[in-house]
Design a protein. Structure first.
Length: 389
């Protein structure tokens, strides 16, 4: 049976449409990739030591853990640790205190003011004895440099938002790359690498294969990375909307003349959220609270619920419970995305897997840049030949 003239026209139109469709997706993939590649390379390289930040701290001796005290189960009052920290830096204000996830320790963070973005000092205390065991260096050392490069390029919020934009472009690059790969490999077995062809073709096939093999991981890390860059704007939105609502009848109360016990606030929060433990406590006037309340953020006791926080508002003068409610969905999304981004929720096996995928991502980015440059040179050479008389 032969095709009619009309069917030939339909086939030609379909082929032309498919060609335009492919060309459009290819342009999206090419330009989004080119724009974000150097930024993504920086993020991949700096992300590797951040995956192993705990292990690097142990290997280099920059992490100090509380000593073994067999049989000691008592806990020192957090008020004594706060008093010690303030005595060490009497002109600074306490921003927040946080409890270690995996050791009996508390961290006391101070700043020039309670709402300061940067810490002037962070002291680590043994939770059982209240003894200060480590003055954690701030804004110095290899890991601090790596973290600032990865988070904000040493420029604060503008750098963070720029990285978020690069993350979105990377996601667009991955989605368009998946579409291009599906069209490009039509009629060929999945994962084909044409070894008999020129070196550039083999590298193209390898680039495509590695990209598609790691596509799920790359999308997860790209999306969660972009989400994480919204943490500060979302926290500011929560401060201006949720916190006033939690204050309720205490809104407009007179300012505090003196802070009450932080330990009493913690005890009040534990009573209001049974089965949960303290993650950190935002002090009055900090970014995590109001001018007259402690905000005690409680966490669950399972691997999943430990990432889900419930803020408990406690009056900083009387220690009375004001309100307790779950975080809004947008902050919960950020909290859940963080372990997915760094792979720090499954122990060393998960970290090794993240490192392997990180290396694959570096190969994909470098090979993509090299392929673009080789194609650019080939096109230039071809044009020069055609221009010759």
């Amino acid at each position: 049976m032969t095709a009619s003239p009309d069917s030939h026209a339909v086939n030609r139109a379909g082929t032309a449409m498919a060609t335009r469709h492919f060309a459009r997706w290819y342009r999206i993939h090419r330009w989004t990739s080119l724009i974000c590649t150097l930024s993504l390379l920086l993020l991949c390289v700096t992300g590797m030591p951040l995956i192993l930040k705990d292990e690097i701290g142990d290997w280099t001796g920059t992490t100090v853990e509380p000593p073994d005290l067999p049989g000691v189960t008592s806990r020192a009052s957090i008020d004594g640790m706060i008093a010690d920290a303030q005595a060490r830096r009497p002109h600074d204000a306490v921003r927040f205190v946080s409890q270690s996830d995996d050791s009996p320790a508390w961290y006391v963070s101070l700043g020039k003011t309670a709402d300061a973005m940067e810490a002037t000092a962070v002291y680590k205390y043994d939770a059982r004895t209240g003894e200060m065991i480590h003055d954690i260096p701030q804004n110095s050392g290899f890991m601090s440099i790596v973290r600032r490069l990865h988070v904000d390029l040493f420029t604060g919020l503008p750098g963070t938002l720029f990285i978020g934009l690069m993350g979105l472009l990377f996601v667009a690059s991955m989605v368009s790359g998946i579409v291009v790969y599906g069209v490009f490999m039509r009629g060929l077995p999945f994962g084909t690498v044409r070894k008999a062809r020129a070196a550039r073709v083999k590298w193209l096939d390898l680039h495509n294969l590695l990209g598609i093999a790691a596509a799920s991981w790359l999308l997860v890390v790209g999306v969660t990375g972009a989400i994480n860059t919204l943490a500060l704007p979302m926290l500011s939105h929560w401060q201006s909307t949720e916190l006033p609502a939690m204050m309720g009848q205490f809104r407009g109360a007179p300012p505090l003349t003196a802070l009450g016990s932080a330990q009493q606030a913690i005890d009040t929060a534990r009573g209001a959220a049974p089965g949960m433990d303290v993650s950190f406590v935002g002090f009055p006037a900090s970014r995590f609270s109001t001018t007259r309340h402690y905000m005690v953020f409680m966490r669950g006791d399972s691997p999943l619920t430990s990432r889900l926080l419930e803020p408990v508002m406690v009056d900083a003068g009387s220690g009375r419970l004001v309100a307790a409610r779950p975080l809004p969905w947008y902050l919960t999304t950020i909290l859940v995305s963080q372990p997915l981004h760094f792979g720090d929720y499954g122990g060393m096996p998960m970290k090794i897997l993240w490192l392997i995928f990180d290396l694959v991502a570096i190969v994909v980015l470098v090979s993509g840049l090299a392929l673009w440059w080789a194609r650019r040179d080939a096109v230039r050479t071809r044009r020069q030949k055609l221009a010759r008389p």
